[in-house]
Design a protein around this ligand. Structure first.
Ligand code: SAM
Length: 204
């Protein structure tokens, strides 16, 4: 029987999304960085943005799953999914979450072609992934699609990216203005949120 943390494959990621000159390049695994994210960043973000407890939560680009147990503890979600494009990182996330948080589902997939129906989540969290993929507007459109109306998209700000990765982040921004359904909501220095408003699915 599959456990709640088994890595479920998304068969056949679209080829067009696989290769690109501006495509994501992996970051190194730094124990101190992970500890900081676990103990400081995620709790501070949840507090600063006033994240509600109990909803359906998706982390895009969950990588090794550092944030997932913290999100489970702080938000007590009904559903918690970590999605990443890298199968080996998802295996690490599986080890990290096994037996600790029964609710975590891990999914292999691309943030630009999310393997979920419309309106599946109340909260989508991104710790920097959308800044580092090509065709960022596709990722934002997909995030808006899987959010329920009134749901929130939480992401790092440009300042946060520049402090963490000054060279790689230079000139990168999230083209939020291309997705009409996502309305800027809160800004808390290193993190910001958008809310999905009830409009038709047209991009600006
Ligand atoms: C900046 S890391 C963040 C990892 C983790 N969330 C953290 O905070 O430590 C970005 C993650 O996004 C994943 N990623 C890159 N491109 C992706 C894509 N197109 N769709 C989904 N995940 C992607 C990478 O494999 C990596 O784990």
């Amino acid at each position: 029987m599959a456990t709640a943390t088994a890595v479920r494959a998304t068969p056949g990621l679209p080829r067009a999304l696989d290769a690109d000159a501006e495509e994501y390049q992996p970051f190194p695994d730094k124990a101190r960085r992970n500890l900081c994210q676990e103990t400081l960043e995620v709790p501070a973000m949840a507090w600063a943005l006033g994240l509600a407890k109990g909803g359906r939560v998706l982390e895009v680009g969950c990588g090794r799953g550092v944030a997932l147990p913290v999100l489970a503890r702080l938000l007590r979600p009904q559903r918690l999914v970590g999605l990443d494009i890298d199968r080996s990182l998802l295996e690490r996330a599986r080890e990290r979450t096994a037996g600790r948080v029964g609710l975590v589902e891990l999914r292999l997939g691309d943030v630009r072609a999310l393997p979920f129906p419309d309106a599946s989540f109340d909260l989508v969290v991104d710790f920097g992934t959308c800044y580092h993929v090509a065709r960022r507007e596709h990722a934002l459109r997909e995030i808006a699609r899987v959010l329920a109306t009134g749901g929130r998209f939480v992401h790092e700000t440009r300042l946060s990216q520049l402090l963490s990765h000054p060279v790689r982040s230079w000139g990168r921004r999230l083209p939020l203005e291309t997705v009409a359904e996502l309305a800027a909501e809160k800004h808390a220095l290193l993190w910001a949120s958008c809310v999905k408003r009830a409009t038709s699915c047209r991009s600006r």
